[in-house]
Design a protein around this ligand. Structure first.
Ligand code: GNR
Ligand code: NI
Length: 167
């Protein structure tokens, strides 16, 4: 088990498009374990491999109250989406920033599990939001990039100011 360092926006490595996992082997299972540990410790409800500077299509999510329902998605794809919901989102790579984003209300996701077996999951509400947020990370997109240029620039200067203080 190991805690992995999380990249902070505007680190340009967050804009890397992740590659499909060619084979679900022990190195991928270790990545899933380390990502889960990192997510729980943060604490967060999801983590994409991109955020720990591993550019493979791997995501972990746990939106359960008691943090007991770990989901691992390898090579995930959203195959159906419907409806619309607006949720105040945060991101471990953009600490302290919370902004409302509109996304699909329901999604159907297809992925491989830790054994390399395909599964499908239908999600709604917060889990659906989290799945969409994490899949965006794998494509190099951070949630603040849905906001207006004005809001994004304000966030960038706030983060720059904060990093001057903490540097
Ligand atoms: O911990 C997280 N909370 C959260 C809240 C609302 C919408 C999305 C998220 S995901 C975030 C963890 C994270 O940054 N995942 O990439
Ligand atoms: Ni995030």
């Amino acid at each position: 088990m190991a805690l992995l360092p999380i990249l902070r926006y505007p680190d340009e490595r967050l804009h890397t498009k992740a590659k499909p996992v060619p084979q679900v082997d022990d190195s991928i299972r270790k990545l899933v374990t380390d990502m889960a540990e990192t997510m729980y410790e943060a604490p967060g409800i999801g983590l994409a491999a991109t955020q720990v500077n591993v550019h493979l299509r791997v995501v972990v999510i746990d939106t359960s109250e008691d943090r007991s329902k770990l989901l691992a998605f390898i090579n995930p794809e959203i195959v159906e989406r419907s409806g619309e919901q607006s949720c105040e989102e945060g991101c471990l790579s953009v600490p302290g920033i919370y902004e409302t984003v509109t996304r699909a209300e329901r999604v159907k996701v297809r992925a491989l599990d830790e054994k390399g077996e395909a599964f499908e999951l239908e999600a709604e509400g917060l889990l659906a939001v989290c799945i969409q947020h994490e899949l965006d990370h794998l494509d190099g997109k951070v949630f603040v990039e849905y906001l207006s240029r004005l809001k994004l620039n304000r966030i960038k200067s706030r983060l720059a100011k904060k990093s001057r203080i903490t540097a």
